[in-house]
Design a protein around this ligand. Structure first.
Ligand SMILES: Cc1cc2nc3c(=O)[nH]c(=O)nc-3n(C[C@H](O)[C@H](O)[C@H](O)COP(=O)(O)O)c2cc1C
Length: 180
């Protein structure tokens, strides 16, 4: 990223695998994260997202930790908060689609939250390593809503790993087309 002028926020962002277990997320910080997600764009302004945040030590946090997979259990409980990310794909029990773009829009809202965290000197690691069905049941997720991921938010306790790789810009411009 060195030779192009990408925003410092984007340049600095990475997903830590260690969090400072002493850091506590203030009410205003949590509110700012949700506010950032709130203002994400979405198809037809459908805003098909919901977030279930629990800070470390808060009631309900243990339920989230209980459902972590072995891999995420190694680091996610130390984060200042875990946020469950949900998308509304269908209208209640009707089976009718609520939004074709529900997953897309949720991802965008989570990206907003992630960059807001970065702007507040916090870091996020989004992850899928948890018992999704068990957590949906434990949280009583409503019909039409689906958990997709969780986000661990906190202060990074390890620097970005060396050797992070990305596909090239050329590849981004040509992949996905048979004529390229
Ligand atoms: C939808 C999604 C699911 C992910 N699932 C996991 C996961 O289960 N476990 C994990 O350690 N990281 C997970 N990650 C983090 C990615 O591995 C990480 O974003 C990727 O390696 C790029 O690294 P960076 O975010 O530091 O640039 C996930 C990220 C996304 C966006």
């Amino acid at each position: 990223m060195d030779h192009v002028r990408v925003s410092p926020l984007l340049r600095a962002r990475y997903s830590p695998l260690r969090f400072d277990q002493g850091h506590e997320l203030a009410d205003e910080q949590l509110e700012a994260l949700l506010e950032a997600a709130r203002w994400a764009p979405s198809a037809g302004n459908s805003q098909p997202w919901a977030f279930h945040p629990r800070r470390r030590g808060e009631e309900g946090h243990a339920t989230l930790v209980e459902h972590l997979a072995g891999s995420s259990r190694l680091w996610a409980p130390d984060a200042s908060a875990l946020v469950v990310n949900l998308a509304r794909r269908e209208v209640d029990e009707s089976g009718m689609p609520y939004s074709e773009f529900a997953d897309y829009d949720l991802g965008q809202a989570v990206a907003h939250m992630t960059l807001q965290a970065q702007a507040m000197d916090l870091a996020c690691r989004q992850f899928r390593a948890f018992d999704l069905d068990g957590l949906e049941e434990a949280l009583g997720v409503r019909p039409g809503w689906h958990i997709l991921t969780m986000t661990a938010v906190g202060v990074a306790a390890a620097a970005a790993p060396d050797g992070r790789e990305r596909r090239s810009i050329v590849d981004l411009r040509t992949a996905g087309r048979s004529d390229a």
